[in-house]
Design a protein around this ligand. Structure first.
Ligand code: ATR
Length: 279
C-alpha cells in the first residue's frame, strides 16, 4: 500500500516503457516489506536537467538512468563515482540532502554475476563488441584486475578507441582486433556484448563456433532474449560453463538497490520477477 511515508525511486529514459526494472525492484520492496515504490518516468532529452532538478525538489531517493541519458545526465550531478567517471556513463543516481551522486552498476553488476561462477582476477578475457555495454564491462574488468583483455569488434577502429581510452585512464593495455582475428585457446572468459543472436535474429550464426572454444572457459552473453543464444548453445555443447544476460540485469539492479537502501535483496526475488516479466 502506498502511504504518506512511501519513498520513491524510479527510472528515467526515452523510451522507458520496455524497462524490466520496475517489476524487479517492486518485488524486492514487497519481499523486504519496505515502504518504497519504483516508478518509470518518461523523460525527453530536452527535459533532462529539469527532471533531475524536479527529482531533487521532490526528494526522490534514487533513479536509474537508461538510454539515451546515461552520459548526458552527468553535468546535472554533484558527484560521480570512480567507475562511472571512467566509463563516462551513469545508470544510478542517489539523492541525499540536496546532493546527487552518480554510479554505474552495469559493469559492476556484470562482473558480480560472472564472479558467482569464477573469480575474474588474473583471468584472460575476450570481449566481443565495443559499444556501451562493452565499455562498462571493460573498465570494470580492468578495475577488478583481470590479467589480459582483448576487445574484438566488427569495426576494429572502435575497439582501438576503447582500448586507447582504457590505456590512458588505467595504464592497462587491452589488445584491439577484428572479430575474424579471435584466437581463444588460452582464453578464460569470453563475453559477447554485440547484438548478434538477439531476437528477432536469433538464428544468426554465433560469432564464435564450438571448434574455437574449449571446455574450461566461461562464456557469457549479455543477450537475454532469447535466454539461450546460439553462442551459449555452442559453448554448452562442448561442456563450457555459460551465463546469459538475465544475470547481468539482475545484478546491476541489485547493486542499484543496495546503493539506494543499503540492503542487498536476494537474487531469487529479482530473478523470479524478471523471468515472469520476460515470459
Ligand atoms: P550496446 O550499447 O548494447 O553495447 P551498441 O553501442 O549499439 O550497443 O553496440 C553494438 C555492438 O554490436 C557494436 O560493437 C557493433 O559492432 P560495430 O561497432 O562494428 O557496429 C556490434 N554489432 C552489431 N551488429 C553486428 C553484426 N551483425 N556483426 C558483428 N557485430 C555487430
Amino acid at each position: 500500500m502506498i502511504t504518506g511515508k512511501t519513498q520513491v525511486v524510479g527510472i528515467i529514459g526515452d523510451p522507458v516503457e520496455h524497462s524490466l526494472s520496475p517489476p524487479m525492484h517492486n518485488a524486492a520492496f514487497k519481499h523486504l516489506k519496505m515502504d518504497c515504490v519504483y516508478v518509470p518516468f518518461h523523460v525527453r532529452e530536452e527535459n533532462l536537467g529539469s527532471a533531475i532538478e524536479g527529482a531533487r525538489s521532490m526528494e526522490i531517493k534514487g533513479l536509474n538512468v537508461t538510454i539515451p541519458h546515461k552520459t548526458g545526465v552527468i553535468p546535472y550531478l554533484d558527484e560521480v563515482d570512480q567507475a562511472a567517471q571512467l566509463i563516462g556513463a551513469v545508470n544510478t543516481i542517489k539523492f541525499t540532502e540536496n546532493r546527487a551522486k552518480g554510479y554505474n552498476t552495469d559493469g559492476l553488476g556484470a562482473v558480480k554475476a560472472l564472479e558467482e561462477i569464477t573469480p575474474v582476477k588474473d583471468k584472460k578475457v575476450v570481449l566481443m563488441g565495443a559499444g556501451g555495454a562493452a565499455r562498462a564491462l571493460a573498465f570494470q574488468l580492468v578495475l577488478n584486475r583481470i590479467s589480459e583483455l582483448t576487445i574484438a569488434n566488427r569495426t576494429p577502429q572502435k575497439a582501438e578507441e576503447l582500448a586507447g581510452d582504457i590505456h590512458s585512464k588505467l595504464k592497462f593495455s587491452p589488445e584491439a582486433i577484428g572479430l575474424e582475428e579471435m584466437e581463444l585457446s588460452s582464453t578464460d572468459i569470453l563475453i559477447n556484448t554485440t547484438s548478434v543472436g538477439m531476437y528477432p535474429h536469433q538464428d544468426h550464426p554465433a560469432l564464435v563456433r564450438r571448434e574455437q572454444m574449449h571446455p574450461e572457459m566461461v562464456v557469457n552473453d549479455v543477450i537475454y532474449n532469447p535466454l539461450k543464444t546460439n553462442l551459449l548453445k555452442e559453448a554448452e555443447s562442448i561442456g563450457a560453463e555459460t551465463l546469459n544476460g538475465t544475470k547481468m540485469l539482475i545484478y546491476q539492479g541489485r547493486e542499484s538497490f543496495r546503493i539506494w537502501t543499503g540492503v542487498t535483496p536476494p537474487v531469487e526475488v529479482f530473478e523470479r520477477s524478471l523471468m515472469r516479466t520476460l515470459r
